[in-house]
Design a protein. Sequence first.
Length: 425
Amino acid sequence: MIQVLASSWALLLGMLLLMVGNGIQGTLLGIRGGIEGFSTFEMSLVMSAYFVGFLGGSRMAPELIRRVGHIRVFAALASLISAVLILYPALAHPISWTVGRVLIGFCFSAVYVTAESWLNNSVTNQTRGQALSLYMIVQMAGIVSAQGLLLVADPAGFILFIIPSVLVSISFAPILLSVTPTPAFETTKPMSLRDLIRISPTGAVGMFLIGGVYSALFGMASVFGSEAGLSVAEISGFIAAIYLGGLLFQFPIGWLSDRMDRRTLILAAGVIGGAAAIAAMAVGGSFAALAVTGAMVGGMSNPLYALLIAYTNDYLEPEDMAAASGGLMFINGVGAILGPLVTGWMMGVIGPQGFFLFIAVLMLTLAAYAAYRMTQRAAVPVDETASYAPVLPTATPVAVEVAQEFAIETAEDEAESAELSSDAA
């Protein structure tokens, strides 16, 4: 771990500041939209636009980097992100915000691709696992700490929009001034969706549903808080609880996934997450109860992203894993685009509780589908499954491919160790 920090501290510090900047703007817009009088449907369009841009950026960024290089991509996108963040309060209109969110999603996705390729270049096979864990912790720490910044100024003013703009601008300094050499950039062509669905129906359906859950949590939680009458401090605490739950449950679920039928774990996580969302509907406006149920929903939904990737890998050859991850991410992105739109519609029909109802329906649907698939296909023996690699729904194809490489290397090491033990016996 010390070796990883020594070689990658600048990248990790830059990513921390980027995640703080991105985390605060997502929550802030949900609160400011309520102040400006935007309807729930208008806010759902604004929030969905981020994922449209993010999906487009993750697919276009590799070609952009190949054409002009990492440095120019970083500099250009940093300027655009800072400009959009400053313009939000100056152009307080749903259409302007929607266009801005598309641009922000595109830019952040391309920035993540660039930074993650740099991170991958700075680690070795022996330190890749530690780098993945640190990267995930940095992402979560950035998003959680961002919620606390909402308390330093009035959301109706300009200061809270200036803060993320400054943080994003500063974040590029440690990355661009690092002595780490610019890496060669290569990505794998995605597997066709037809082949992916045929190989792992549970993985494909699950990634679509989890995309909807994650985008609802990331995009509409602050809108829910505003509609439910929570204070700014309560909204920030509620969102922080969701992400803290995702971080705390990531490793226990990963540990279990390498020791049992992953479909059973998917089913259990879906049931628990769905039950927690239903419980949140029942507790009303109690902030403490909302924080606890939010942590459970986040704790079950966030690790499911990596769990579904690991489950899909169980039915793939190592050389196909990276290609499959691209297809899974595309399916997840489509679900993420639809998530805020459907959530906004449900909140418009039945009120704020539509937020948790939407999440409950998706989580329980995933559990039911996993249970159905258990009757259609025998489980892969635990000693033949691929290793679980921690990766978050915010990851780009680069981070997921790094996780895939780590899973392959771990599986090969375990197989070699088993073979040596057998020979010794």
